[in-house]
Each structure stands twice: as structure tokens, then as C-alpha cells.
Ligand binder design. Structure first.
Ligand code: ADP
Ligand code: MG
Length: 659
């Protein structure tokens, strides 16, 4: 055996003893390969065919096809003079298993530095490779990236997942500066700065990170251990994303912090709703009560006023001027009582209203004279309706009353002068418009009476609509002004809102629903009542259960020249109508009567005689008299107590109306 061969044999034996899974000896000059028994087994070579003198191509025979090009290049480098060889690659054994090998080799040079031999050994690293793979999968599946850093170095060893979590390019080692570059200013470094001081106390920390790739903000937690080694240290740890938990924690904290506030606001809301309900119930109850009393009072006043009126008209002033004055004073007192009753009725929403289409700007400018007369000069009055106001429908006289009441309140609130503004404009509440508390969505004309007076406290505002609530001295205020305003607005299907600041002034807003044009509308038409006589050819049927009121009414009508028949209730009226030969021109009936109401009677009378006019006399009407909020043709109403003149005018007007 030549020397070289013996030496090669010894070398292989030595390598095998050192733990190699196989060894090789590549004779570059002869272009032959020699391997050991284990190499042959791994490579599936037939040992019987000999282990030396193999073609060098065998070296690549078992290499996994994917790794083969890499291996060829590396071997080519050795043949071209490179000295060291170290490669990891896969082989496929004859049994079909894939194993990872680490091949480490070296070239041997001749005296002319030409490579002559290439020897080396294979170590099976399959187990390590699998462990690495498991670790990689664990990291990516668990979203955990690992790092390792040795004190003093400018780079840290990192895993693929570590890079991914921070949005950095995958690398096995990263400069410490690059890693810390993703942190927000002022935070502790993720990896300690190589030039600065002692190791951190702990690796437990949560960082706010701006990802290097997409700039996304994330929360990253770091955990791990600090291993001391001599005078230095090593950090081994992991990072993982805790953004979701952080966000939930923040949300929870916010929820907790605002909980108290939200509970308080819900309670306040409920309290408000309860207060509003209680207020509404109170207004309703007081309304029922005042309405009932006022109704009875009206009947009494009708009798008192009517009779004084009758006496006065027959009175010869020459006979007893003192008695006449006394009667006139009695009438004045009764008139004042009637106007108070009227306000109570207004509050209880039972005053007979005669709604008509109104152009607010005309109504307001028509009031300017009256206002200037009632308001002292120290108060500047401004009447400012916007252009193109929508039409509304309301009782014009009552609406004037409302505005006058508000203006008088404003006056009383400005004893030292100030300014009073009466404005009107169109507003859309809700969809597409401004929301207003307590006002349902819809289109309105808003009338605002604003003063710069003493204002009211919130406490006062809650009471101002109560009948008889006044802060004015005895004899100055009745406490019925705003009650009347409130009742009127509600009865007219509107809304009212008061905004006031003590010492600054008050603004009362009234919302009245927009009415759309309707050609058949009657327009507002105010006329002074004059006593217009009747004809004997006109027969009026008077139905009234109160004998005194009926007597008074019949008296006036006869005096006016009408033919009058009377009945004390509906049934009697119908009987009378059946016996009647001449047709009846007009039915004048009370509304509230036992058994049959005025409306029921009117329906039955009209069934018998279609063209009959109907005049309701009432202390109050609910919407019952109206159909869809307005009166039928040939129907009207007169409010009790009425005077000779008003009754004369109403009856004449109704009879003369073309149907
Ligand atoms: P009266 O005017 O007879 O007192 P109201 O019902 O008109 O009755 O008003 C009730 C109370 O509301 C007044 O006494 C006053 O305290 C308060 N008030 C009404 N309007 C105003 C206003 N413009 N400025 C200040 N307070 C007002
Ligand atoms: Mg008032």
C-alpha cells in the first residue's frame, strides 16, 4: 500500500473516532473519491463495489436536488484553491429519509500551492435542524420573537418573528440602533445601548412601537432573563404583540372612568322626564279644575251681564242717574270677572277658538300702535318679522292677546327701560333643521318676544304657567297671563319655550305649525260688532238647559226682531222641529247639555233640514265642535258670556253667509 493510501486510511479512522457520521477523501489529482463505511451507508453505495477509487461525481449522488447546485459551487471553490469547506445540506438516504448533514472539509496544497486533496467529515445535524424548525414554528405560530444580546456588542441576535413583529427585514442579527429605532422617544431601550452603563433591572416592559415598514402603532411586551457572566451580562428574551389587550384595557379604563358620569346623566335624564310628566299632569289637573269652575262662572256671568244689559237698555237716564251709574259699575265689574274667566278658560284650553289663516307679519304690524301705547318710552320696541313667513292657523284675536301679554310681562321686567323685540321667522325642527327640546319635528313659524329685563331663575320658570303664579305685588299681577298664553298655544297645537337668565333678560318662543295653502280658506276679517236687526221671516231655535241663560238669549233675539222658538234640551228641540211648519233658519244651541250634546243635536237637526245654520254658544268648546281643526260651513260659535251686540252680529253674520 503506498504511503499516501496508508495515511488516508489513518485519517479516516481518526475522523470517525471524532464522532463523524462519515468521512471522505477526494484525490484531486487522480479525480477519484474514497469514503468510509458510514459515508457509503448514508449515500447508499454498495460496499462490495469498494470504498476507494470511486468517481468523484458520487459525492453529489445523495444530495437533495434542491441543495445540489449550492454544493457544486462550494466544491468548485475548493478545487479552485479555497481552503475551508463548511456546508449544511440535505441528503436522501436509500430508505427515503431526508437527513441534514453538516459537511466540514479542508483542501491540501502541494508545494506549489496547488490543491491536491480534499478531505472532510459529515456530521448528522438532523436533530438540531428539527429543533430549530420547531422553535421557528413555535415563534411564528405564537407570535413570539426571540432575541439574544451580549453586553458590549453593537448587534443582537434575533429571530425571524422578532423582525416581523417590529416590521424589520428578516435577519439573524440586527444593529441595536435599528431595533431601538422603532421605539417612541423617551422610552427605555428595547436592547440596552452598548456604550451605556449597567444592565437593566428587568426585561419586563411594554413598549409603544412604530413599525418600521408601515408605521403602524403597536404595543410590544418584552420578557426574558438577564444572565450575568463574569463582569458582563447576556440578555435572552422574547417580544410579543399586546396591542389588543392594551386597547381593551384602555377602553375598560375609559368605561370605568365615565361610568359614574353616564349613570349620573341617565339619572338626570330620567329625573327630567319625570319632572316633565309631573308638570304635564299638574297642568292637566289644574286645567280640568279651572275649566270646570270657569264654565259655571260663565253661565252665571251671562245671566248677570245679560240682565244688567237689558235693564240699562230700557233705562231712561233722566229718571235716576245714580242708579244708572250703579248699574254701569256693576256691568264693568262683571265684565272684568268675565275677562278673568276667559283667561282661566284659555288656560284650561277650553276657550272657544276661531282659528283662521293668519299672516303673522300683518298681524304684528297691526299691533304696533297698541304696543306703543302700552309700553313706556324708555323701552325701545322693535317689531321684526322675517320676510316670506309661512302661513299659520290660529285664532287671531287670541294670538294678539298672547303677544300683548308677553309684551306686558316684558315691560314689567324692565322698570328702568330696555329693549323689547318681537320677531318671527320660519323654523324647521328635526330632519334637516335645528332640534328644539320639547318641540316635535316639523315646520313652524316661531314668534319670539325678547326683553332685556330682570329675567327669571330656573325655579321661577317651572312655575310661570301655573294659574295665579305671580311675583308681582298684589293688584299688579294676576298670574294668569302666561297661563292663558300656555293654554292658547297648546290648544292651537303649538309649543312654547322660555329661555331666561336672571339679570340678562327673557326670550319666550312660540312655535305654531305651518299650514299649507288651501284656496277655500276664510281669511281673517275683523269687524266691529254692530246690532243688526233680524226679520220675522227668520226663525231661530234656541236650545239651552239653563233657564235664565235661555230667557236672556231669547229676549235679545226677540228684541232684534227674529221669530224665536225655544227648547230646554235636545229631545224637546227635535219634537218642536217636527211640529214646526215654517222652516228654521238657525239653531242656537248650548254645547254641554244633559242627555244630548249640542253637537249631537246639530247633526240630527241638519239631517232633517240640511241648510240650517248652527251657532254654538259655549263657555268652552273642546275640539269636538271642529272637524279636522276647523268649523264646517254654516257653523260658528259664540263664547259665553256674550253681550247683546256680539250675539246680534254673530247671528246676522251667520244668516247672511252664502253657503
Ligand atoms: P303676571 O304677569 O300677572 O305676574 P304671568 O303669568 O304673566 O302673570 O307671569 C307670571 C310670572 O312670570 C311673573 O309674575 C314674573 O315673575 C314671571 N315673568 C313672566 N314674564 C317675564 C319676563 N319677561 N321677565 C321676567 N319675569 C317674567
Ligand atoms: Mg303677565
Amino acid at each position: 500500500m503506498p504511503d499516501a493510501a496508508i495515511e488516508a486510511e489513518r485519517l479516516l479512522a481518526m475522523l470517525a473516532a471524532a464522532g463523524a457520521s462519515g468521512t471522505w477523501d477526494w484525490d484531486i489529482v487522480a479525480d477519484r473519491l474514497r469514503v468510509d463505511q458510514r459515508f457509503a451507508e448514508l449515500y447508499g453505495l454498495d460496499p462490495a463495489a469498494g470504498l476507494s477509487d470511486l468517481p468523484t461525481a458520487r459525492f453529489f449522488a445523495a444530495v437533495h436536488p434542491d441543495d445540489r447546485p449550492r454544493m457544486r459551487i462550494a466544491v468548485a471553490a475548493i478545487l479552485a484553491g479555497a481552503e475551508l469547506f463548511s456546508k449544511e445540506f440535505r441528503i436522501v438516504t436509500p430508505a427515503g429519509t431526508t437527513l441534514w448533514m453538516h459537511a466540514r472539509g479542508q483542501s491540501h496544497l502541494d508545494p506549489h500551492d496547488e490543491p491536491v486533496r480534499f478531505t472532510g467529515l459529515l456530521v448528522d445535524v438532523t436533530e438540531r435542524k428539527r429543533a430549530e424548525e420547531r422553535l421557528r414554528i413555535a415563534q411564528s405560530a405564537g407570535g413570539v420573537g426571540s432575541f439574544e444580546y451580549s453586553d458590549g456588542f453593537a448587534t443582537a441576535t434575533v429571530s425571524e418573528e422578532f423582525c416581523r413583529l417590529l416590521g424589520l427585514h428578516p435577519a439573524q442579527a440586527l444593529p441595536v440602533r435599528t431595533i431601538n429605532g422603532v421605539l417612541s422617544d423617551g422610552d427605555v431601550p428595547l436592547i440596552p445601548d452598548p456604550n451605556r452603563g449597567p444592565p437593566p433591572e428587568t426585561l419586563d416592559h411594554v413598549f409603544r412601537v412604530r413599525r418600521a415598514d408601515d408605521g403602524g402603532e403597536r404595543w410590544i411586551a418584552r420578557r426574558g432573563e438577564i444572565l450575568r457572566e463574569g463582569s458582563g451580562y447576556r440578555l435572552v428574551g422574547v417580544i410579543y404583540d399586546v396591542t389588543l389587550a392594551k386597547e381593551q384595557e384602555a377602553r375598560l379604563r375609559e368605561l370605568n372612568e365615565t361610568l359614574e358620569m353616564r349613570v349620573a346623566s341617565v339619572i338626570a335624564e330620567r329625573q327630567e322626564a319625570e319632572d316633565a310628566l309631573r308638570q304635564a299632569q299638574k297642568m292637566e289637573a289644574v286645567g280640568q279644575l279651572t275649566g270646570g269652575i270657569a264654565h259655571d262662572f260663565n253661565n252665571l256671568l251671562t245671566i248677570i251681564i245679560g240682565n244688567i244689559d237689558t235693564v240699562l237698555r230700557r233705562f231712561d237716564p233722566a229718571t235716576d242717574p245714580r242708579a244708572r251709574r250703579a248699574l254701569e259699575n256693576a256691568l264693568k265689574g262683571a265684565d272684568r270677572a268675565a275677562s278673568l274667566t276667559q283667561r282661566l278658560l284659555a288656560f284650561s284650553r277650553r276657550q272657544p277658538l276661531d282659528p283662521k289663516r293668519i299672516e303673522i307679519d300683518r298681524l304684528l304690524s297691526g299691533m304696533s300702535d297698541l304696543l306703543t301705547r302700552s309700553i313706556p318710552e324708555a323701552i325701545a320696541i322693535q317689531i321684526a318679522p322675517a320676510a316670506d313667513l309661512w302661513s299659520i292657523e290660529a285664532d287671531p284675536h287670541q294670538l294678539e292677546n298672547v303677544i300683548l301679554n308677553l309684551a306686558v310681562n316684558a315691560r314689567d321686567a324692565m322698570p328702568d327701560g330696555g329693549s323689547l323685540t318681537i320677531a318671527a321667522r320660519n323654523v324647521t325642527v328635526g330632519t334637516g333643521g335645528e332640534p328644539v327640546a320639547g318641540v316635535p319635528d316639523g315646520a313652524y313659524v316661531m314668534i319670539q318676544v325678547t326683553d332685556t329685563g330682570i329675567g327669571m331663575t330656573a325655579e321661577t320658570i317651572t312655575k310661570v304657567f301655573d294659574p295665579f303664579f305671580t311675583t308681582k305685588e298684589v293688584g299688579k299681577g294676576t298670574g294668569l297671563g302666561l297661563s292663558m298664553v300656555y293654554g292658547f298655544v297648546k290648544q292651537s297645537g303649538g309649543h312654547i319655550d322660555i329661555d331666561s337668565t336672571p339679570g340678562r333678560g327673557t326670550c319666550v318662543s312660540i312655535f305654531l305649525q305651518r299650514q299649507f295653502a288651501d284656496a277655500s280658506e276664510r281669511h281673517e276679517d275683523i269687524e266691529a260688532p254692530t246690532a243688526q236687526p233680524g226679520k220675522l221671516s227668520e226663525t231661530i231655535l234656541v236650545v239651552e238647559d239653563d233657564d235664565d241663560v235661555r230667557a236672556y238669549t231669547v229676549g235679545i233675539l226677540r228684541e232684534l226682531g227674529y221669530r224665536v222658538v225655544e227648547a230646554h234640551d235636545g229631545a224637546a228641540a227635535l219634537r218642536l222641529l217636527e211640529r214646526q211648519e215654517t222652516p228654521i233658519s238657525l239653531l242656537l244651541t248650548d254645547v254641554v247639555m244633559p242627555q244630548m250634546s249640542g253637537q249631537d243635536l246639530a247633526v240630527r237637526v241638519r239631517a232633517l233640514q240640511g241648510d240650517i245654520r248652527v251657532l254654538y254658544a259655549s263657555g268652552y268648546t273642546r275640539e269636538a265642535i271642529m272637524r279636522d281643526g276647523r268649523l264646517e260651513p254654516g257653523v260658528d260659535l259664540i263664547s259665553k258670556p256674550f253681550t247683546y251686540h256680539t250675539l246680534a252680529a254673530k247671528v246676522r253674520d251667520l244668516l247672511d253667509r252664502v253657503q
